[in-house]
Design a protein around this ligand. Structure first.
Ligand SMILES: [Zn+2]
Length: 180
């Protein structure tokens, strides 16, 4: 199985996509704010309650670990929200592809809001940009390390073109301000 390499034309498109991606990453996203918390509070019950969350869409990220042969990994986030004895508590979890759940934060009303990391726009706005970077990388390497495409790269007539289109779509979703 030989890897499909981008043509000269496609390499030009990839240079443009990297540049666009890096421009968007420079705009700094908003953290979870006290106004966001007030909105959240209008959506939760009065008194004591417990809500269990469900993992959302897969985010993708590059670990940058030199010893890692795939580099790209999936992670999803969810929160358990409860009020016990009048104290609002939000527990934030992440789950990986192997189903390992990690407690990322344990927030109680009055704690610093910056701890609500996975609820912030920072992680939400990274969603489509993360996927755009994944597809740009897939076009360049000829690989699909997270096995996202229905067919393996070798079954595609033009894998780089497929990936470039996927990356462009992610940037369009990002510019529409959509979130995971
Ligand atoms: Zn890794």
């Amino acid at each position: 199985m030989s890897l499909q390499k981008p043509s000269n034309h496609e390499q030009g498109q990839l240079v443009a996509l990297w540049s666009e991606l890096n421009n968007r990453k420079r705009t700094s996203p908003k953290p979870f704010s006290s106004a966001d918390l007030e909105v959240l509070k209008t959506h939760i019950p009065e008194g004591d309650f417990t809500w269990g969350g469900e993992p959302g869409e897969w985010h993708v990220y590059s670990c940058g670990d030199k010893d890692c042969d795939r580099q790209w990994h999936l992670v999803a986030y969810y929160e358990d929200i409860s009020r016990n004895n009048g104290v609002l508590t939000i527990d934030g979890y992440s789950v990986d592809e192997d189903g390992n759940h990690d407690l990322d934060f344990e927030w109680h009303d009055g704690d610093d809001l910056s701890e609500l990391y996975s609820m912030s726009e920072e992680i939400q706005s990274a969603f489509f940009l993360g996927w755009a970077e994944y597809w740009i990388n897939a076009a360049e390497t000829g690989l699909d390390p997270c096995s996202i495409a229905i067919d393996t790269p070798s079954k595609h007539d033009n894998w780089p073109k497929f990936c470039i289109n996927a990356a462009k779509n992610m940037l369009v979703y990002d510019s529409k301000g959509e979130t995971a």
